[in-house]
Write a new protein. Structure first.
Length: 337
C-alpha cells in the first residue's frame, strides 16, 4: 500500500453512532460507589481504537440492520473489552495503558479487579436488556475463550518450547474470539442466513488474528511512546509470541539455548517477586528477533490473515459498510500502534 490508512477517516460516517456508544458507556458507569465512575472515566478517556464497537456497527449495516440495538450491543462489547484489559493489567503488573498510568497503577489492584467485574456485569445487563439469546450465547462463548486464552498464555510464560500452534490457540482465544463475537452479533441483528452469519464471524476471527500478530510485531519494533506502553513488554513478561518463536526456529542451537536460559531466568525472578528483567538481557532477546527477521515474518503472516478476512465477506452486496470493513483490514496491518 502506498499510504497508511487512517482509522478516523474510514469510519467518519459512524461518528454519530460512536458518540452515542460513548454516552452509553459513561451512563452505564454511574454507580452509588463514586470510585466506579471515576475509574470508568479514567479508562474511557484514555481513548482506544473502539475496534469492537465499530465492528458491531459495520457488520450490522452490512447485514441490513440500522436500528438502535446496534448501539447497545456495541457498548456492551466495549465494556467486555475494557473489563478484560483491567484484569489483564493486574495479571501482567502493567503500569501503563494507552500512554497513561494503568488503573491498577493509579487506583490499586483490588479496585481494578472490582471495576472490571462491574464492567462485565454491566455488559451482561445490556445484553439481557437487548433480549437476544443468540447474542448472549455468542458473547458467553467468547468470554469463556478469552479466559482460557489468558490462562493458557500464563501457564506457558517464559517457556522457549512453546509451539506455534499453542501460540495461535492463545491469540485466537484472547483476541480473535471477541472480535468474532462482535462481528457475529452484528450479523444476528441483521437476520441473515446461517452461512452469511458464519462468514461475518470468520471475518472478525481472521481480523482478530491479524490484529494480534501486528501487536506482537510492534512490541519488538515500535517505541514505547508510539505503543502507549513500554516497548519490549512481551519479552520482559516472558510472552513467547510469533516474532520470538520465528527467531527461535531460525537461530543456531547455541543461540536458542542462550535465549531459553534468559527466558527461564526471567521466570525465576518473576516467581520470586524480583524486579523487572535486566534491560541488557531483554535487548539480547530483541536482537535475536531482529537478526532472524521475526518482525517481518510476523507482519507477513498478519497480511495473510487480513487477506483471509477480506475473502470472507466478498460475496456480500457492495455498500459503504462492506467497503469500510475491507479498508479496516488494511488499517490493521499498516498501523504503527
Amino acid at each position: 500500500m502506498e499510504s497508511v490508512v487512517e482509522l478516523d477517516s474510514i469510519i467518519s460516517f459512524l461518528e454519530e453512532d460512536l458518540l452515542r456508544v460513548e454516552r452509553l458507556l459513561r451512563d452505564g458507569a454511574r454507580s452509588v460507589a463514586a470510585m466506579i465512575p471515576e475509574v470508568g472515566e479514567h479508562t474511557f478517556a484514555s481513548g482506544g481504537k473502539r475496534i469492537r464497537p465499530v465492528m458491531v456497527l459495520l457488520t450490522s449495516r452490512l447485514c441490513g440492520y440500522r436500528g438502535p440495538r446496534a448501539i447497545q450491543v456495541a457498548a456492551a462489547v466495549e465494556y467486555f473489552h475494557n473489563a478484560s484489559l483491567l484484569h489483564d493489567d493486574v495479571v501482567d503488573a502493567a503500569d501503563v495503558r494507552r500512554g497513561r498510568p494503568s488503573v491498577n497503577a493509579r487506583f490499586g489492584e483490588r479496585l481494578a479487579i472490582l471495576v472490571g467485574d462491574f464492567m462485565y456485569a454491566r455488559a451482561c445487563q445490556m445484553l439481557v436488556d437487548d433480549g437476544s439469546m443468540d447474542i448472549i450465547s455468542v458473547y458467553a462463548e467468547a468470554l469463556r475463550q478469552m479466559t482460557e486464552g489468558e490462562v493458557l498464555q500464563l501457564s506457558r510464560s517464559f517457556d522457549p518450547d512453546v509451539s506455534e500452534s499453542t501460540y495461535m490457540e492463545v491469540i485466537g482465544r484472547k483476541t480473535a474470539s471477541l472480535l468474532a463475537a462482535a462481528a457475529e452479533s452484528g450479523a444476528i441483528l441483521g437476520g441473515v442466513t446461517r452461512a452469511e452469519r458464519r462468514g461475518v464471524r470468520d471475518y472478525g476471527w481472521e481480523l482478530g488474528l491479524a490484529f494480534q500478530l501486528v501487536d506482537d510485531a510492534l512490541d519488538y519494533r515500535s517505541t514505547g511512546e508510539r505503543l502507549g506502553k513500554p516497548a519490549l513488554q512481551d519479552a520482559s513478561e516472558g510472552k513467547v509470541t510469533l516474532p520470538l518463536l520465528t527467531a527461535l526456529k531460525r537461530c543456531s542451537v547455541g543461540e536458542r539455548d542462550t535465549i531459553g536460559s534468559i527466558l527461564k531466568s526471567f521466570g525465576r525472578e518473576a516467581s520470586q517477586g524480583g524486579g523487572p528483567p535486566d534491560p541488557a538481557e531483554v535487548a539480547r532477546v530483541a536482537a535475536c528477533v531482529e537478526r532472524h527477521h521475526g518482525v517481518e515474518i510476523t507482519l507477513a503472516r498478519a497480511g495473510q490473515r487480513a487477506a483471509e478476512a477480506r475473502a470472507k465477506i466478498e460475496h456480500f452486496v457492495d455498500c459503504q459498510a462492506k467497503q469500510t470493513l475491507l479498508e479496516l483490514t488494511e488499517f490493521v496491518v499498516q498501523r504503527e500502534r
